[in-house]
Design a binder for this molecule. Structure first.
Ligand code: SAH
Ligand code: SF4
Length: 407
């Protein structure tokens, strides 16, 4: 079927790029030394402090945060002049110190199946991809947490790019706001919040990057998404996917409280070392211990095990049996992802019969084993096909192969 594409002219002009940074340089200061402060992405407490630092009397600050918060996150307002319950003088003062900014949508592609892929430009000219997947009774937004990724999973397109930088909390929640703009989902004047069914009802942190290597910003952004006076998504409608950053897993439950997905993908350390090289640091047994201890795991809040189906690599009946043995005792569901190909990928998708046979074994062992239908493949919007325009920061094939132990 022909892909339905909207005019797509991403600007690929030579961008000034900062040099790629290493894994250790994790957080860019939120406040710049000069220039206005962006209110988007500040926690309530940070916003309060910022308001006080710029002249709001301490006694009023909490109320002002409430008012401004509702304008930004409940009504989608981006300028202080529209905040009509604030005095004109105060609005002017705010405009002198602060801005309300989200990433700029530089392009949008719409797949034949309705999936939308956006390219969002963030400060510094970098770009990240954001994907909206409509379903009959809901819609999921797949957001990015980093530009590129420090990890080098062999089957993942993002893994071919170096990490350029972590996204700030405002750039993470800003992707949700950008999608709501495009979907026309902010309440209209006179309309109560929550009157229409939600188009964007779920968030998955499954775009570019490893969210647990940018923990604080991801946490702050998701707290904003869950805040009942704003975007107001339940914590159960947010899923964070990690490749297995073990020390941060318990913190995810404690400090964010969202649902957890784990990129499992293999049933022996030898294979997982190659597919998900972080396994060399925290192997399968260590990862499973952390998951067994995940405070939120229960039958109603199961951990999702993501398992990409790669032909002749991890898709045998034996693998399926080992998988169910390994995860015994963990409230889990297993999400089988047919591999999404990308140019130059070193793997092939497993045959359909093989995927089905694998799913049957897992299902018979008592686990839900949905096969994820690839969405938006015609626009390279499917899982693991995302890639920023930051071409210059590409890793060399040799680096990927040696880090993944394939060389
Ligand atoms: N860094 C995080 C989240 C982003 S990747 C993580 O690794 O979990 C989101 C999911 O897509 C992961 O399960 C990842 O393993 C999977 N994925 C990556 N590339 C893929 C591809 N080419 N085909 C299918 N799934 C892929
Ligand atoms: Fe990074 Fe996740 Fe891709 Fe691995 S699968 S390279 S962790 S984005």
């Amino acid at each position: 079927m022909e892909a339905h594409l909207t005019p797509f002219e991403p600007t690929r002009e030579t961008m000034t790029q900062t040099a790629p940074i290493t894994q250790d340089v994790m957080t860019i200061p939120r406040k710049q030394a000069e220039g206005p402060i962006n209110l988007v992405g500040l926690t309530r407490e940070r916003m309060r402090e910022a308001l006080i630092a710029h002249g709001t009397p301490e006694k009023q600050a909490k109320m002002r945060v409430n008012q401004i918060w509702q304008w930004i996150y409940q009504w989608g307002v981006r300028d202080f002049d529209s905040m009509t319950n604030l005095s004109k003088t105060y609005r002017k003062e705010l405009a002198g110190h602060f801005v309300i900014e989200i990433p700029e949508m530089v392009s949008k592609q719409v797949s034949a199946d309705g999936t939308r892929k956006y390219l969002a430009r963030i400060a510094g000219g970098h770009e990240v991809e954001v994907v909206y997947i409509p379903e009959t009774d809901r819609g999921t937004l797949c957001i990015s947490s980093q530009v590129g990724c420090t990890l080098t999973c062999s089957f993942c397109h993002t893994g071919t790019q170096k990490l350029v930088r972590n996204l700030h909390a405002g750039e993470i929640i800003g992707q949700v706001m950008m999608a709501r703009d495009d979907l026309g989902e902010w309440p209209r004047p006179g309309e109560g919040a929550g009157e229409r069914p939600r188009l964007l009802s779920n968030i998955v942190l499954m775009g570019m990057g490893e969210p647990l290597y940018n923990f604080d910003n991801v946490r702050d952004a998701m707290k904003i998404a869950m805040d009942g006076e704003g975007i107001s998504l339940s914590r159960r409608r947010i899923t964070l996917s990690t490749s297995g950053v073990v020390p941060e897993i318990a913190k995810t439950a404690e400090e964010i409280g969202c649902m957890l997905a784990v990129s499992f993908h293999a049933t022996t350390d030898a294979v997982r070392d190659k597919l998900v090289p972080i396994n060399k640091k925290w192997n399968i047994a260590t990862l499973l211990d952390a998951l067994r201890a995940y405070p939120k795991a229960s039958n109603s809040e199961r951990i999702t095990f993501e398992y990409v189906m790669l032909k002749d690599v991890n898709d045998s009946d034996e693998d399926a049996r080992r998988l169910v043995q390994l995860i015994k005792g963990i409230p889990a569901k297993i999400n089988l992802i047919p591999f999404n190909e990308w140019p130059g990928a070193p793997h092939e998708r497993s045959d359909w019969d093989r995927i089905q046979a694998f799913a049957d074994i897992v299902y018979k062992a008592g686990y839900a084993s949905p096969i994820r239908t690839p969405r938006g493949e015609d626009i390279m919007a499917a899982c693991g096909q995302l890639k920023s325009a930051t071409e210059r920061a590409r890793k060399s094939r040799r680096q990927i192969e040696s880090e993944a132990g394939l060389g």
